[in-house]
Design a protein. Structure first.
Length: 99
């Protein structure tokens, strides 16, 4: 009888530990998603400003940049557009994850 009780106590402790671990992983995952969303919100406005300023530099007629400088500005312009696109992208839904 004592062995039976010890077995059920051990089983209950193991089950409780597994549930705690599952909930901890889910909490960590939700915290990570919130951090990513906050990062996207914070990076969106500066990326748009950089993109706009570089576009003004490229389209200004009175500003004659040397070819190397124009190439660097164009490169930065393209990368800023990629950053803006990434910051606006939504995370794909994760299969099997409840939120």
């Amino acid at each position: 009888m004592v062995a039976y009780r010890i077995f059920f106590i051990d089983f209950g402790l193991a089950l409780g530990w597994l549930l705690w671990r599952k909930n901890k992983v889910e909490r960590d995952f939700r915290r990570l998603l919130a951090s990513i969303e906050q990062f996207r919100r914070e990076i969106s406005a500066p990326a748009l400003l950089i993109h706009t300023k570089l576009q003004v530099l490229l389209t200004r007629g009175d500003l004659h940049l040397p070819p190397e400088a124009e190439e660097m500005v164009r490169y930065a312009y393209e990368r800023s557009r990629e950053i803006g696109t990434l910051s606006q992208a939504k995370l794909p839904p994760m299969a099997g994850v409840s939120m």
